[in-house]
Structure formats: structure tokens, C-alpha cells
Design a protein around this ligand. Structure first.
Ligand SMILES: CC(C)(COP(=O)(O)OP(=O)(O)OC[C@H]1O[C@@H](n2cnc3c(N)ncnc32)[C@H](O)[C@@H]1OP(=O)(O)O)[C@@H](O)C(=O)NCCC(=O)NCCS
Length: 170
């Protein structure tokens, strides 16, 4: 049986392991640790099966800036599932649970820089037509946004600025 729950202090090493194995390196694991240590890991959920942590998803705040205006959104990054457990729906469950947690916390706008074939199934759509830019260079189709409240982006645009930790990771 698969359970999705918030991370606890004793899960930190296993979360590192999942990210290292899924991404084949330490960059994303380091990113998660750095966000956590600075207190900006807003949401960190794990997928647990038979007592083993096999998946992880994180969200952190971003600022959407335009001229003198600025509003807050949240970004989904990173998400990781241990290679042996991929393509079994675990990533999808993590995304859905993470988005529900975002809703519960009152977040209205989620951005993601990721696989363009993966995220549209959760409602994400390209940012460009909505006037939402990215501080990093990204292919238009990989830079996506989701409104958790319909109309949340109405009359708003700008460029997304990530937490500084992302500058070493992207
Ligand atoms: C991306 C990831 C989290 C998805 O988790 P998962 O448990 O395998 O996902 P699910 O089983 O819910 O969904 C599987 C779907 O995702 C797609 N998918 C998985 N990895 C993908 C990838 N690297 N690129 C594009 N699509 C991918 C599969 O094609 C499959 O699509 P289908 O349902 O149309 O066949 C997982 O593959 C992973 O950890 N990858 C390595 C790390 C990574 O790339 N993270 C995302 C960075 S944006």
C-alpha cells in the first residue's frame, strides 16, 4: 500500500537518496536540503511503500515581478521517484497530493519547469500565452503554470524569480 505524507526529520536521508537515484546526481538532493535549511521548503511530501520512501515532491515560493508590481506563487520542484518504481502512477499521486496541499495552504498559482509531456495531465499549460516569464532560459513548452483558483492570473503577468538556491541547480 502506498501512503503519501509530509516529510519528518528522520526522512531527510531517504529523501536525499530518492533524489540522487532519480536524477543520477546530487544537484536536486542538495537543492532540497538547502531550501529546507533556509526554511523555504513550503511543501515536502513523500511516498512510502512497505516502510520504504520511494518518492518525493517539493514546492517552494517564487516571486512574480513586473515593473513595480510583485505577487507570490509557488513552484513544483523537484519531483523524484526511485527508478525501480517509476511509471506506476506514484509520481502522479505525489503531484495530485502536492497540489491539494498547495490549495489547502491558500496558494493559487503553481509554476513548473519540466517535461512538457508530463505536467499537462494535471492541468498545467504553457506560461507564455499568460504573460508569465521565467528568469531562467527555458523552452516555451517546458515552462508551465496552473491556476488553482480560476482567474487567479487574470490581469497579472511578470517574470518568475526563484529562490536563490535554484541558481546553482537549474
Ligand atoms: C518524472 C517522474 C517523477 C514521474 O514519476 P512516475 O511515478 O514515473 O510517474 P507516473 O507513473 O505517475 O507517470 C508516468 C508517466 O510519466 C511519463 N514520464 C515519466 N518520466 C518521464 C520523463 N522523464 N519525461 C517524460 N515523461 C515521463 C511517462 O511517460 C508516463 O506517461 P504515460 O502515463 O503517458 O505512459 C519520475 O519518472 C522521475 O523521478 N524521473 C526522474 C527525475 C525527473 O525527471 N523528475 C522530474 C523533473 S521535471
Amino acid at each position: 500500500m502506498l501512503t503519501i505524507r509530509r516529510e519528518a526529520a528522520e526522512d531527510v536521508d531517504a529523501i536525499r537518496h530518492v533524489n540522487e537515484q532519480a536524477f543520477g546526481g546530487a544537484t536536486e538532493a542538495d537543492l532540497v536540503d538547502q531550501l529546507r535549511s533556509r526554511g523555504v521548503l513550503t511543501i515536502s511530501l513523500i511516498a512510502v511503500q512497505d516502510g520504504e520512501i520511494i518518492g518525493h515532491i517539493a514546492f517552494s515560493p517564487v516571486a512574480v515581478e513586473s515593473g513595480n508590481s510583485r505577487f507570490e506563487a509557488i513552484t513544483l520542484a523537484p519531483i523524484a521517484v526511485l527508478p525501480a518504481y517509476q511509471r506506476q502512477g506514484i509520481g502522479s499521486q505525489l503531484v495530485r497530493a502536492g497540489l491539494e496541499e498547495c490549495r489547502q495552504l491558500g496558494h493559487e498559482i503553481v509554476v513548473v519547469l519540466g517535461h512538457p509531456e508530463y505536467y499537462p495531465r494535471f492541468g498545467f499549460a504553457p506560461c507564455k500565452p499568460r504573460g508569465i516569464g521565467c528568469e531562467f532560459e527555458a523552452p516555451d513548452e517546458a515552462w508551465m503554470v496552473l491556476e488553482l483558483r480560476e482567474g487567479a492570473l487574470a490581469g497579472r503577468d511578470g517574470t518568475v524569480k526563484f529562490q536563490p538556491e535554484f541558481h546553482d541547480a537549474v
